[in-house]
Design a protein around this ligand. Structure first.
Ligand SMILES: Cc1cc2nc3c(=O)[nH]c(=O)nc-3n(C[C@H](O)[C@H](O)[C@H](O)COP(=O)(O)OP(=O)(O)OC[C@H]3O[C@@H](n4cnc5c(N)ncnc54)[C@H](O)[C@@H]3O)c2cc1C
Length: 474
């Protein structure tokens, strides 16, 4: 009999799991709670900007491993791959000013602490302190479960932590270095520290010795990243998969017949569906709740990873002063920087030529149309209100970009909320994931996937799915 597989959650992890099971010849039903698939990879259109489509969630993917490029090519989207405009670099903004983000770094940790771009941010004393890191014993600061702040402050010094690492952890991971587990933030760097003896050596090894500008190892898709989930959806349907949106899974049970597990899910529409194999591709707290009685040991082993709410402001501006791309592709802002509440700014029309082209086509009467996206929401801080957000974003963009911006230049804007999409792995997360994997090995009819397990980001999710395709089922 063909195995029936139920996938709960139609974000990237769920779509890839559905694809993997269809390829293995199984019958697949995917249930997604919202009206469309893609989860945190999403787009919306700006009516005041000629229906320009903009990324409302993920806007790019890390290209270091090549895994996402390979997937995208396999899906026939290779011609839609775009790279950031070359040579612009990005900025880090702190109370020390706005500086070009050092090249060849990882999590903000530089591979060449004495390089001029690092000295500009840290000052000579801070750079010398960072350079000492490679002479410290590999074990210093690296006990299991240590936070990013503990490892980086002890090894590389306070300035590296505050001016280079905290902006990345806040802006990219929506987290706080004081609570984010180092090994969960970057498993590769954590393993590299043990293997190569220092963070500096590990970053060098991982990023290569080239000093390419930070941020250039990413790709995106034109017109938006939503092309990825949309194409996966089309392929799943073409391969005979069933994909239903607007269907939330609200409960599940597990029964055993002749030693074979049968999972039964209850949906928000009052239906009951059953399958021999269950994939939960929803957030960890939802997976915990759903499994509480059906698989209590697994449920209890799912690590808590609190969600960080993120609020984004997208601004379409007619501003000739932005033609010079004053912050390069964008900027990450250190927590506590006076006068700026945003944690990150992406100058999308500087970073991506296809965005600039689309803006010019959509707004032929505008002189210099630009798209700028700012993000808000640091752990422990209240989000700025939706009503005040656009004015706040204009003020923050003015300070970050060093160009006066106000409502007279605003052609359109959008406020986008993500309440549960970003997870903050707490100390002990990696060890908890290892114990969970051991438990799941005893439950081959159950799979748990998603960024809370694979790591934040599209590349981590694709690599995790690739490794399952290659054969390790947990
Ligand atoms: C604002 C933002 C910007 C980002 N930028 C980048 C970036 O530039 N590059 C990058 O690589 N990564 C980025 N990320 C991270 C990346 O988008 C995520 O790590 C990834 O998309 C998560 O995929 P997922 O499948 O694990 O989870 P999700 O995308 O969260 O999908 C989970 C899905 O499960 C559904 N669901 C939940 N409960 C149920 C239920 N009970 N029944 C049915 N369905 C359910 C949800 O509706 C959702 O669709 C960003 C994230 C955000 C929020």
């Amino acid at each position: 009999m063909t195995m029936r597989v139920l996938v709960v959650g139609g974000g990237l992890a769920g779509l890839l799991a559905a694809r993997r099971h269809l390829r293995a010849g199984h019958r697949v039903v995917l249930l997604e709670a919202t009206g469309s698939v893609g989860g945190a990879i999403a787009q919306s259109v700006l009516p005041g900007a000629g229906d320009l489509a903009l990324n409302t969630g993920a806007e790019a993917y890390s290209n270091g491993s090549g895994a996402v490029d390979a997937l995208v090519a396999e899906l026939g989207l290779a011609e839609q791959i775009v790279a950031p405009r070359e040579g612009l670099g990005s900025r880090v903004v702190s109370d020390a000013g706005a500086h070009r983000a050092p090249g060849a770094s990882l999590l903000g940790i530089p591979s060449r602490p004495l390089a001029a771009d690092v000295r500009a941010v840290l000052g000579t004393a801070g750079a010398l302190r960072a350079a000492l890191e490679r002479f410290l014993p590999a074990s210093l600061g690296a006990r299991p479960g240590a936070t990013v702040a503990q490892v980086v402050r002890r090894r590389s010094g306070r300035k590296v932590l505050e001016r280079l690492v905290a902006p990345v952890i806040g802006g990219v991971h929506s987290s706080d270095p004081a609570t984010l587990e180092f090994a969960a933030a970057s498993p590769a760097l954590s393993a590299g520290l043990a293997e190569h003896g220092s963070l500096t050596a590990a970053v060098r090894r991982i990023r290569g010795r080239s000093a390419g500008s930070a941020g250039t190892r990413v790709h995106s898709l034109s017109p938006t990243m939503a092309a990825l989930p949309q194409t996966l959806q089309a392929r799943l349907l073409a391969a005979g998969g069933i994909l239903r949106t607007g269907v939330e899974v609200v409960g599940l049970t597990r029964e055993e017949t002749d030693g074979e597990a049968v999972w039964q899910v209850r949906t928000s529409r009052g239906e009951e569906l059953s399958a021999e194999h269950l994939v939960l591709a929803c957030p960890p707290d939802t997976a915990r709740e759903l499994l509480a009685t059906a698989a209590p040991r697994v449920a209890a082993a799912i690590p808590q990873a609190p969600s960080a709410a993120v609020r984004l402001a997208a601004l379409v501006l007619d501003a000739p002063a932005l033609d010079a791309f004053p912050s390069g592709t964008g900027a990450l802002v250190a927590p506590g920087t006076a006068g700026i509440r945003a944690k990150a700014l992406t100058h999308a029309s500087a970073k991506w030529e296809h965005v600039q082209r689309a803006l010019r086509e959509a707004l032929p009467s505008a002189c210099s149309p630009h798209l700028v996206r700012l993000s808000y929401g640091r752990p422990g801080e209240a989000l700025p209100g939706r009503e005040e957000l656009i004015d706040l974003a204009l003020a923050d963009a003015t300070r970050i970009l060093g160009v006066h911006l106000d409502r007279s230049q605003l052609l359109d804007s959008a406020v986008i909320d993500w309440e549960r999409a970003m997870r903050q792995p707490l100390p002990g997360h990696r060890a908890a994931l290892d114990s969970l994997a051991a438990l799941l090995a005893e439950q081959p009819s159950l799979e748990l996937v998603g960024s809370w397990r694979a790591g934040t980001g599209i590349d981590a999710i694709v690599r995790a799915d690739d490794s399952l395709t290659e054969g390790s089922p947990s």
